[in-house]
Design a protein around this ligand. Structure first.
Ligand code: BDR
Ligand code: CA
Length: 311
């Protein structure tokens, strides 16, 4: 079983990422770390605790990380995720507390003590991961790879140039992308296709189990927001696709390319500038996801919801 840590900012699709990992027998979730992004640090941490309470996953460590990006003001996304960060349904009040250790220290301690390499799956701004790499560079030897949701070659969502996670903390993203570690970038070019339609959401609602009956209205809220803003016909489960790639490597098809994070651009802050044609001659540093097996992804996600309903 592959050991993983999810660093996230829940967030509807972060929640689906946690669910996919927790339901899987192919990965062992060692802990959840949270970061400010979709909402404030306080709210994303609280949401992680609520999600784990719903899943009856109280034994999992949850560590709260940074409340703001390295150098920028925090940008949040209430228009997509609501004022709570997880609007659309009532999640249970947390029955767990989280651990009394900063996310960065949890990540460092877990990696330094690990007997075998761990896969990091960041699904929010990269603040915690960037700082962990700066604070204790020796963790690199125990990171098998980083499979992150963020960026895009062609697509964008928060500005015409950038994807949200990278835009929020481009300086942290630059540290991660320049780390020399094996990185898979699961960006908007594929995650916008990893969509559950309104019809899929209705089918999930019909399952009427303890998890599906909470997830369906949450997904409907998220799908409506995506429909209003991007004219999408459903809910793109960005973050869950990064987890899917770890569970079933190859669900996204990647190309090895050089990616630089724009930190200085006037209009292009946070763009993942990808050298598709090899124009720069810079050594490729990222496996960039360009295609996705959508039916297989949907099957995995709906299978995970069914499995969690039974537990
Ligand atoms: C990313 O931004 C957030 O709103 C989502 O949770 C996802 O991680 C998509 O750009
Ligand atoms: Ca996220």
């Amino acid at each position: 079983m592959k050991k993983i840590i999810i660093d996230c900012d829940p967030g509807h699709d972060d929640m689906m990422a946690i669910m996919l990992a927790y339901a899987s027998d192919k990965v062992e979730l060692l802990g959840i770390t949270t970061v400010a992004g979709n909402q404030t640090g306080e709210k994303t941490f609280l949401n992680a605790l609520k999600v784990l309470t719903l899943l009856k996953a109280g034994g999992l460590p949850v560590a709260r990380g940074f409340d703001r990006p390295l150098t920028r003001e925090l940008t949040v996304a209430p228009e997509i995720h609501g004022v709570s960060g997880l609007d659309g349904a009532n999640l249970p009040e947390p029955e767990i507390n989280g651990i009394d250790e900063h996310a960065v220290d949890f990540i460092i301690r877990t990696l330094m003590q690990a007997a075998e390499p761990i896969i990091l799956i960041p699904t929010g701004p990269l603040t915690n991961i960037g700082v962990a790499l700066l604070k204790e560079p020796r963790i690199k030897k125990n990171i098998e790879r980083i499979v992150l949701m963020g960026g895009a070659v062609y697509d964008s969502n928060i500005t015409p140039a950038a994807e949200f996670n990278i835009y929020v903390d481009p300086e942290a993203a630059a540290i991660v992308f320049e780390s020399g570690l094996p990185i898979t970038m699961v960006g908007l070019d594929v995650t916008n296709k990893a969509m559950l339609t309104f019809k899929d959401i209705n089918e999930i609602e019909k399952l009427a189990g303890p998890v599906s009956s909470v997830v369906a209205p949450l997904l409907r809220f998220f799908a409506r927001a995506n429909s209003d803003i991007f004219n999408f016909q459903g809910a793109p489960l960005h973050d869950a696709l990064a987890v899917a790639e770890v569970i079933r490597p190859g669900i996204v098809k990647t190309s090895r390319l050089h990616v630089a994070v724009e930190t200085a651009g006037r209009f292009t802050r946070g763009r993942t500038v990808t050298d598709v044609y090899g124009i720069t001659n810079l050594k490729p540093n990222v496996d960039v996801a360009l295609e996705v097996d959508v039916p297989r992804f949907k099957e995995m996600m709906i299978g995970a919801i069914r499995e969690l309903d039974k537990r």
